[in-house]
Design a protein. Structure first.
Length: 553
């Protein structure tokens, strides 16, 4: 009897297990579906603690009390174990982050003038927030989502689209689906932030897209100023002031409201203080700041405009470069890029990438930035190549489509962009890039010699830069890549040399000659146009040189 009872119980347990597995198998969509939307009836979260007295979460949603979400179990699921490095997985202190509640208050860093602005919510379009992430910590991702819901007028948030870029832990996103408005897409392989964001943008249904990184916290009234500006001007991308969330203690620290985004010729992003000209163009300290560059991760844009203007260059991988491409593109193709000072969003800045780059960090950055430079920078890309010589021969893939986009949109030149949007970056006249050519159309050429002490020669001008590409510096140097052109000790031969402040390396190119700055010696070509020596300057066609700039108007 006892045996039969045991047998029957086992049977029942086994059937229940089988049934559950079957139901799960049937209803949970395959994780290899690239557009893995989780329908509402699958929002059955095992961590869900529904309060029977509360209505279904509709309307204003305040996660401050986390009514529908078991925050503790969610965070506990991936806590740092004793002995583990709290920085190991995320390159910020996860232990500290995990102990900070999702609905924490942050200090309001807005200027007083912002606090008295009156935004007419009824006149603003709703937005879809798109957050892509790869292996983000649960606590930071949750705080990003909760701060959006807690600090935005509910009618302005249509949905929050999480794009899980093939994270190791699929549950990090999936468990958030009990939170109202949260949608999830998972990529079927690691895509990188560009393709992940475009997937999110494709799924979005609101008239405005708002992109955020997966470790942000929105300040009070962060959204209205962004949307308001888009109502005023359609062809624009707008960014908040990006406050700093400390990667060590997660304190919310105010960033300066007098900064704009810029870059160097390496195509590294940097913050620039506003110039006097920038300040003169603004009547009030809460007026939009016209910025040559966006940091990249945090911005709003009208959805149709985003697609009309070419969304992103989808051949950019993993991380980096897309902010250059989109900023150049929007400015050059008749739009504008602005920072809206009354909107503030915090971001966890860190010192290194916590994740892997399948093709390596350096090569990926080179590929992405080279694509931006090749399509948008015209002749000024030579400054990029001069700063990043390794990029010149680096394969960056097919650019036809992006170049066609530029032509179709009838976009302006990079020179226009520099002159009008980023004049500080206009190379000065003593920092020219071009070829040094003689009367027979032969150009000074490294002939591929790059080692210290090697000679240069002449070669028919081919107009492709490379070995014939010379850059002058404000120290009167003539450089190819990182090497200088210097006279040898006897002032007769020209050599490729390490740059130094020696008088042998300083030249004057002003008079259709290339003359030693401190001496009466001039570049002189051999009669057969094969090599160059130094001879006493005199009025002769063999000493005639033209510095011709490669820069296109
Ligand atoms: O393969 C990846 N897949 C992803 O989904 C790699 C990254 N990501 C996600 C990642 O989880 C994060 O949410 O993409 C987002 C950005 O990656 P981060 O946070 O590692 O980048 P970052 O903050 O160091 O870098 C800044 O520059 C990037 C250039 O590609 C992006 O534009 C980031 O969005 C951008 N961040 C900001 O603009 C915030 C302010 C930083 C500054 C200055
Ligand atoms: Mn980030």
């Amino acid at each position: 009897m006892k045996k039969l009872f045991r047998f029957l119980t086992s049977c029942i347990i086994i059937s229940i297990l089988l049934l559950t597995t079957l139901t799960l198998w049937l209803f949970i969509p395959s994780t290899t579906d690239p557009y893995l939307h989780f329908p509402d009836d699958l929002r059955q979260n095992p961590l869900l603690q529904r309060n029977p007295d509360s209505p279904e979460a509709e309307g204003p949603f305040n996660l401050g009390n986390l009514m529908y979400f078991d925050e503790k179990s969610y965070i506990d699921g991936t806590r740092i174990k004793p002995g583990q490095d709290p920085y190991g997985k995320n390159a910020f202190n996860q232990e500290v982050s995990d102990d900070i509640p999702a609905g924490r208050q942050i200090s309001d860093q807005r200027q007083v003038q912002c606090k008295i602005q009156n935004y007419q919510i009824a006149g603003l379009p709703a937005t879809s927030v798109v957050i892509c992430y790869h292996n983000e910590a649960r606590s930071t991702l949750l705080r990003t989502v909760v701060s959006i819901l807690d600090r935005s007028p509910p009618e302005l948030i249509k949905e929050i689209i999480l794009v899980d870029d093939f994270s190791d832990d699929i549950e990090t996103g999936r468990l958030l689906l009990t939170i109202p408005k949260v949608q999830l897409i998972r990529t079927e392989k690691r895509e990188g932030l560009v393709r992940a964001r475009v997937m999110g943008a494709n799924a979005a249904t609101a008239p405005v897209l708002t992109f955020l990184d997966s470790h942000c916290e929105c300040s009070p009234v962060w959204l209205q100023p962004l949307l308001q500006r888009i109502v005023e001007k359609r062809n624009i991308i707008v960014s908040p002031i990006i406050d700093i969330i400390s990667m060590d203690n997660f304190k919310y620290i105010s960033a300066s409201s007098e900064l704009k985004g810029g870059f160097d010729w390496n195509l590294h992003f940097k913050w620039d203080t506003l110039t006097n000209r920038d300040k003169q163009n603004r009547l009030s300290s809460i007026d939009p700041i016209s910025t040559p560059m966006i940091a990249g991760g945090l911005f709003s844009v009208e959805r149709n405009y985003f697609f009309d203007i070419g969304s992103y260059d989808k051949d950019m991988d993993i991380w980096g470069g897309e902010n250059f491409e989109i900023s150049f593109r929007v400015w050059q193709c008749h739009g504008a890029v602005e920072i809206i000072p009354c909107s503030r969003v915090g971001h966890v800045f860190r010192k290194k990438h916590p994740y892997t780059f399948p093709e390596g960090n350096g090569p990926t950055y080179t590929k992405n930035t080279k694509r931006a430079a090749e399509v948008w920078m015209d002749g000024y890309k030579e400054y990029y190549y001069a700063a990043r010589p390794g990029a010149r021969g680096f394969p960056a893939g097919d650019l036809t489509e992006r170049k066609k986009l530029r032509a179709d949109l009838n976009c302006k030149s990079f020179r226009w962009y520099l002159e009008n949007i980023y004049p500080e970056m206009l190379p000065s006249t003593d920092q020219r890039i071009g070829v040094i050519k003689n009367i027979d159309n032969y150009c000074l050429d490294t002939l591929g010699h790059t080692s210290h002490g090697s000679t240069v020669g002449l070669y028919p001008c081919h107009g492709e830069g490379g070995n014939q590409n010379w850059m002058t510096s404000d120290k009167h140097e003539i450089k190819n890549e990182n090497a200088c052109l210097c006279a040898d000790g006897t002032f007769t031969n020209l050599l490729i040399t390490f740059c130094s402040d020696k008088p042998e390396c300083a030249w004057d190119l002003s008079e259709h000659t290339v003359k030693l700055l401190n001496g009466n010696k001039c570049f002189t070509r051999s009669p057969d146009n094969t090599f160059v020596v130094l001879e006493t300057c005199q009025d002769t066609p063999t000493q005639y040189w033209e510095f011709s700039s490669l820069l296109i108007a």
